[in-house]
Design a binder for this molecule. Structure first.
Ligand SMILES: Cc1cc2nc3c(=O)[nH]c(=O)nc-3n(C[C@H](O)[C@H](O)[C@H](O)COP(=O)(O)O)c2cc1C
Ligand code: SF4
Length: 508
């Protein structure tokens, strides 16, 4: 039977992949629902096998299927939607894919496919090394948390491993709240076993036998795919008791969030899993020492955990040699907003922002000049074109008052209203604040009001001074990064686009 691959991830399904798959099935094809390769601009990217590798057909709509079949697309007859061999597409060729290396090649819930591409070799190595050396391996790789704060993963694991406790937990932060980010979702929907294997290795390393995946409610398809993958892992004895006859026990449960951005903050997340209101906890104690249900807990982002199997399988030195300086390894950046070729781009740290948005992104979707790019989510800075040659690594971005965060890149063209973006930063904080501390709860509201006054031309100079005071109060006095970082995007907008904040029609 003729085989055709149609991706099953959220982005592809949102542009008709399910209907495309149904139409191919009706036309007599065997349809394999593979994972997406993350090039959202090509989805649904339908593929067929050829002796030279997979050939792709981009942006296939349900109504295109009959034409493709009539046109004998299986035998490589020329077609408008033919994008040639996948391995020759520049967008993929120029990436250095580690955790997304086989995304798209496999059926995401097939353990056999995962193993065929080297799956569970990291776990095998960790079992050989034992807990302490596994932690050392992660430490030596230089891996830093991909959820936003970039904290060294090895240090966190070492802290937790050193605590004696009857019960410890591994918690995966899959809340992915930053607008324009989707690497966690894509990983869970295209390569979920990498996350499961990463959690297993973490459990082995710190001495935990239970894991939770805290998944945002807005990702129902991720839940479906993860649930299938977890069930298959249990069946194949990669979860449960005495995993792969190693003596290791580990179980995973999925917990669904309820739409609160703050529940991505690790201590709110723990409260939410415990069934409490998602309010930030004061630190110390660190979750690694006293976390979920009061027990030592590792909380890591999806991408952090999914990076671990490769580190174990290929070695710490291999991983540490990738990237730039203290930013080792690769990061799956996510191109979104007004960009021609939106999607996931996994590259080593050190590529410049310009290379990312121009070479991969192809500039703006509108074709107009780029005005600014927000990097690192809603709490990240807006980067001006003058700074586009900054290398994408943690230190270089910190040096320009920016942050890489979770790797979200949102592109704006020259029609964007930057004062409105600044207003949005305060509105976002006002809506999403957990309300525990005053600088954030009240500061966000006051900040928005001050910006409104400035826009209306009221006491502009005095209000700018007041805004500066407010920034300081929020930065120094907030309990967590929600309030502490809200001034960051606003400061960057004021630095580059101050003239847009004042209504030119008003007398100042
Ligand atoms: C307001 C706020 C929201 C956050 N949202 C997320 C999130 O959605 N996903 C995530 O992985 N980390 C998020 N974080 C970071 C987590 O608190 C924490 O640093 C992370 O889960 C640790 O994992 P890592 O070391 O692997 O990055 C957020 C932090 C703050 C302050
Ligand atoms: S900074 Fe905001 S979100 Fe964080 S604890 Fe304070 S009120 Fe809650």
């Amino acid at each position: 039977m003729k085989i055709v691959y149609v991706p099953r991830d959220t982005a592809s399904v949102s542009v008709g992949a399910d209907e495309v798959a149904d139409n191919f099935a009706t036309a007599g094809f065997k349809v394999i629902r593979n994972g997406s390769r993350g090039a959202a601009w090509l989805e649904p990217l339908v593929e067929i096998d050829t002796p030279d590798g997979r050939v792709g057909f981009s942006c296939v709509r349900p109504q295109d299927v009959a034409g493709l079949v009539d046109n004998d697309f299986q035998n490589n007859a020329p077609h408008l939607r033919d994008v040639g061999l996948i391995k020759n597409i520049d967008y993929f060729k120029k990436q250095n894919r580690q955790i997304f290396a086989y995304a798209g090649d496999t059926d995401p819930v097939s353990i056999a496919d995962y193993i065929q591409y080297g799956g569970f070799l990291g776990l095998k190595k960790a079992l050989e090394l034992g807990a302490e050396n596994t932690v050392n391996m992660v430490f030596d790789s230089g891996l830093r948390g991909r959820g936003g704060a970039a904290f060294p993963t090895g240090i966190k694991w070492r802290t937790c491993a050193a605590i004696e406790a009857k019960q410890k937990y591994v918690v995966c932060n899959a809340d992915e709240g930053d607008g324009g980010t989707f690497s966690d979702r894509l990983l869970m929907e295209s390569n979920p076993f990498a996350l499961i294997e990463g959690m297993l290795i973490c459990g082995l390393a710190i001495g935990a036998n239970k894991g939770y995946i805290y998944l945002r409610s807005e990702y129902p398809l991720s839940k479906t795919i993860l649930t299938e993958a977890i069930a298959n892992a249990y069946k194949a004895n990669y979860l449960g008791k005495n995993i792969a006859n190693s003596g290791l026990d580990f179980v995973i449960e999925i917990r669904i969030g309820a739409g609160a951005y703050i529940c991505g903050e690790e201590t709110s997340l723990l409260n939410s899993i415990e069934g409490k209101r998602g309010v930030v906890r004061a630190k110390p104690p660190l979750p690694a020492i006293e976390g979920l249900f009061g027990q030592p807990t590792i909380i890591n982002n999806v991408i952090t955990l999914a990076s671990v199997p490769d580190i174990l399988a290929k070695g710490a030195a291999y991983y540490a040699a990738l990237g730039s300086g203290k930013s080792t390894g690769t990061l799956p950046f996510q191109l979104a907003g007004n960009v021609k070729r939106g999607g996931l781009v996994e590259v080593e740290f050190g590529l410049t922002l310009r290379q990312l948005i121009e070479d991969f992104g192809g500039g703006t979707y509108s074709g107009r000049p780029i005005k600014a790019v927000q990097v690192g989510g809603p709490l990240g800075s807006y980067i001006h074109p003058d700074e586009f040659d900054t290398p994408l690594d943690y230190e270089s971005f910190a040096a320009i008052d920016g942050a890489i965060g979770h790797g979200g890149i949102i592109v704006f063209d020259d029609t964007a209203d930057m004062a409105a973006q600044a207003r949005f930063a305060f509105t976002f904080c006002e809506v999403e604040s957990c309300g525990k501390c005053t600088p954030c709860r009240i500061g966000a509201t006051r900040g928005g009001e001050i910006l409104d006054d400035i826009s209306a031309g009221k006491n502009v100079e005095a209000n700018f001074e007041l805004l500066d005071d407010l920034f300081e109060t929020m930065e120094l006095g907030s309990l967590c990064a929600m309030g502490g970082l809200t001034p960051k995007p606003v400061r960057s907008l004021l630095k580059h686009f101050a003239d847009e904040f004042i209504d030119k029609g008003k007398v100042l």
